[in-house]
Unconditional design. Structure first.
Length: 159
């Protein structure tokens, strides 16, 4: 038997330390929280994806009384981008959230379903997607979803 240790690599920075494009993308994610429809959880999540050509597409969580048909902000933005710009890879995704007290202090991380969708986009375009997770206490910068999903499942896993 062998113990295997999996590590997650990320950078923590202050929002002021982000470059201009990253800061703009985080700001768009924060703005997108206002588009959330979250009458049940009152947890508003916004996401902004930047495409290879610089276009930014936003998404926000959309809840439903039948919770399984709820859509997360990350998938909302990614599916919107892929529906409208199917040949353009996503380079970066920024995610922000608000609760009843306002913007969250600690950055929120994508759920398992969203992680899998981001992984599929990385696999589809054969390139990493930079992830910016915003909280008022700082921003986590992650260079690939594989850092959050180290034992990933893609089509090669089925061969």
């Amino acid at each position: 038997m062998e113990n295997i240790v999996l590590k997650t690599k990320l950078i923590l920075c202050r929002i002021e330390e982000l470059d201009g494009v990253s800061r703009m993308l985080v700001d768009k994610a924060i703005e997108a929280t206002d588009n959330s429809y979250s009458p049940y959880s009152k947890f508003r999540v916004g996401a902004a994806v930047r495409l290879e050509n610089g276009i930014v597409v936003i998404g926000a969580n959309q809840e439903n009384a039948a919770f399984p048909v709820t859509m997360c902000a990350e998938r909302s933005a990614i599916f919107n981008a892929q529906s409208n710009y199917p040949n353009l890879p996503i380079t970066t995704i920024a995610i922000a959230a608000k609760n009843a007290d306002g913007l969250v202090k600690t950055p929120v991380s994508p759920c398992g379903s969203c992680r899998q969708v981001i992984l599929e986009m990385e696999h589809r375009y054969k390139r990493n997607i930079r992830i910016l997770l915003y909280g008022t206490d700082g921003v986590y910068i992650i260079n690939s979803i594989k850092d959050l999903l180290p034992l990933s499942f893609v089509d090669e896993s089925m061969h």
